[in-house]
Design a protein around this ligand. Sequence first.
Ligand code: AMP
Ligand code: MN
Ligand code: MN
Length: 318
Amino acid sequence: MNSIYYDFWGNIIKHNNILIGIHEHPDGDCIGSALAIQRVLKKQFGKKATIYSPESIPSCTKFLTGVNNILIKEKPDDYDLLLLVDVNTVKRTGIPQSMLCENIYCIDHHERGSITYPNEIIIPEASSTCEIIYNLLIANECPIDKVCAEYLLTGIICDTGDYAHTNTNEKVFLISSELTKIGANPTKINKFYFNEKSFKSLKLVGYVLNNLLSFERGKLILGYVDYNYLSKNKRYGIDSDTINGQLQSIKGYKLSVFLRELEPNVVRVSLRSPDKVDCNLIAKEFGGGGHKNAAGCTIKEPLNKAIELIVNAGKKHL
Ligand code: AMP
Ligand code: MN
Ligand code: MN
């Protein structure tokens, strides 16, 4: 395993000007991963490293040092390597075709899509991309300082749902323990990441719960928010994890689905399952992807039609 990490890192540091790409709807794992790699490349190797985001950064990650330097849809300077983190296709990074370079590397834990890159580390068993980056840095004897430890622990806490999801295991606790020893503070991360919600985002949770639907005698739970509500509330705190967390608290569900009508006829779908139902397979039917227990896709249909399509697809997997 370590040789993959040496070769991968050795190839990265041959480049001097690196652009780091993260996924749309950025979360703590892609942002933590990108900031951690950027810090090591800049501080320890004197490289130029820039992070590009296709969308604004969620407020729950604003406590992370340096997060305000991420380019939001802004043209980066010329670069010689694009490193994808927590995403396995340039399509989801929002980087326009005209801005792409030839060298593309990838570090990710999502199930493999149809594209592969010659230099990639894809480990779907890993809890988070931050876990993979921790192992990459340790294998290459790159020191992890307190700030970097906070980045990495944020990704782990985000993707394990604060050590609750099925990807929580012994390795996760061992790495978290090491990062805590370095100085990362899990209580602080939990507070900022999960418990600094705005008034409007809690009202949104109420709105979704009020309109909750149940199918197949409670095995499939579905929440949605329509464009009309979202446009009036100016997309305040559309926090899919908080809502998914609420849907997942229901006894006996096998699949939970949350739909957001972001634009008329553009519906973003989040799928979660507690165990057997494969969300990745369902998302793939609509051109999306993710993991077995958490995946997403976008359906370009009116909300009612999207609900019908996803319910029919979901029922087949229950
Ligand atoms: P979400 O429901 O948007 O929070 O996404 C759940 C998980 O699936 C996250 O790990 C996402 O990064 C991943 N995911 C969402 N949409 C896609 C997609 N279109 N392709 C691959 N992975 C996705
Ligand atoms: Mn992510
Ligand atoms: Mn992730």
